[in-house]
Design a protein. Structure first.
Length: 403
């Protein structure tokens, strides 16, 4: 089989890239190792930056998002038992964020691709990629994706391969080691998260700094709450019955005036997530282009993982479209440098939010006072709160590689 672009991975990055290429009249084939049901039911963060939400709407896959998405105009920082609101309308030019579950983003994109006749191979086994490093101008080689479907061997010959198969996928490890530089940081804590059938106890997200550890109050819908507490990265979830989790959430999210109440409800899901920062440089090798978690991971504190993946494929789709329209490779060859400029800004913001709000094992009394001073500065300084707001709703796209 031949196609213009082969995409490995049917997560939001791969599906959105395939959709954007379709709008440009460019053919693509998506290869996914899991079933459609598995991919659609994976629970992931669901906070969309203004730019992400706008792109989905503008490209025709945002109808349900507009109906069901919860628009948030700010967030709360809670420390010392008091809440301080970061007002996006005032501080970020009216830009907002939207709460919309990632599995719904994936389902919307699946529907769009399949309704348009897009080809997606599910449950592909033994997937591998070949000849991408040597392909390109002056070479007769073409990149290839090989896999097994229902026991039969298949091969897709393409001009370009997009590696959108996540952190544990096969694309990044297929690049020769001497062609990559890896930057990694593993944090000494994780998040114990629950999904509860309870109405949100706040109209907007609450980020809480507490002497017992960080806590976050978020939501998935008007009837589903998503809540987190800082824990050990290898925490045994069996030692956390629902009653203990709720007690810890009450303690960490409480206000000193006692006027705020945390609504409880049946816990329908819980688990522990480790936290790390990870970047691959470059994000391309020959005719292979990495996007999303295949190229970078951010701690979830700043809610940037999905949004950063969308920014990647937005650049990649435009670069591929220019390549097929003009034959010029300038934007295609600049893909990694353009994306990494944003990636590192997002890493900085995510690290800053994480280090400001979490307790570290090595912290002493000085460090705790410093964190409180930083939170107080952010809450009381327009310049500081504006920096947080601008980063949180999403930085503007930059199309020129850094000089």
């Amino acid at each position: 089989m031949r196609t213009q672009v082969g995409i490995v991975g049917a997560g939001p990055a791969g599906l959105l890239l395939s959709h954007l290429l379709h709008l440009h009249g460019i053919e693509s084939v998506v290869v996914e190792s899991r079933s459609r049901q598995y991919v659609e039911e994976r629970v992931r963060a669901g906070l969309l930056e203004q730019m992400t939400a706008d792109l989905l709407v503008e490209t025709g896959v945002g109808a349900r998002l507009q109906r069901e998405g919860l628009v948030h105009h700010g967030i709360f920082l809670r420390f010392g038992g008091r809440s301080h609101r970061i007002d996006f309308d005032e501080l970020a030019g009216g830009h907002t964020v939207v709460i919309y579950p990632q599995n719904k983003v994936v389902a919307d994109l699946f529907d769009a691709r399949l309704n348009a006749g897009g080809q997606i191979f599910f449950e592909a086994q033994e997937t591998s990629i070949h000849d991408f490093a040597e392909a390109g101008p002056g070479s007769s080689l073409k990149p290839k994706i090989r896999f097994r479907e229902h026991g039969e061997s298949r091969e897709i010959v393409c001009d370009l391969i997009a590696g959108c198969d996540g952190f544990h996928g096969i694309c990044r490890p297929s690049i020769p080691r001497d062609r990559l530089a890896i930057f990694d940081r593993i944090y000494p804590f994780g998040w114990l998260g629950i999904l509860a059938e309870a109405p949100p106890s706040s109209p907007e997200l609450v980020y809480a700094y507490h002497e017992r550890g960080f806590a976050l109050l978020s939501m998935r819908s008007p009837h589903l709450g998503r809540l987190y507490i800082q824990c050990a990265p290898d925490e045994d979830i069996e030692k956390w019955p629902d009653e203990r989790i709720w007690a810890e959430l009450h303690a960490r999210l409480a206000t000193s005036d006692g006027k705020w109440t945390l609504a409880e409800g049946p816990v329908v899901q819980k688990g522990v997530t480790g936290m790390r920062s990870f970047v691959t440089e470059p994000m391309q090798c020959g005719r292979l282009f990495l996007a999303g978690d295949a190229a970078h991971i951010v701690p979830p504190t700043g809610a940037k993982g999905l949004n950063l993946a969308v920014a990647d494929v937005r650049v990649l789709a435009r670069a591929i479209a220019e390549y097929y329209a003009t034959g010029k490779e300038g934007l295609l060859q600049s893909y990694s440098r353009i994306c990494l400029r944003r990636v590192w800004k997002v890493q900085r913001f995510s690290w800053w939010m994480t280090s400001m709000l979490h307790l570290f094992e090595t912290d002493n009394a000085f460090d705790r006072r410093r964190q409180l001073a930083e939170l107080d500065y952010v809450a009381s300084s327009r310049a500081a709160s504006q920096t947080l707001a601008e980063n949180y709703v999403g930085l503007p796209m930059e199309w020129d590689p850094p000089k």
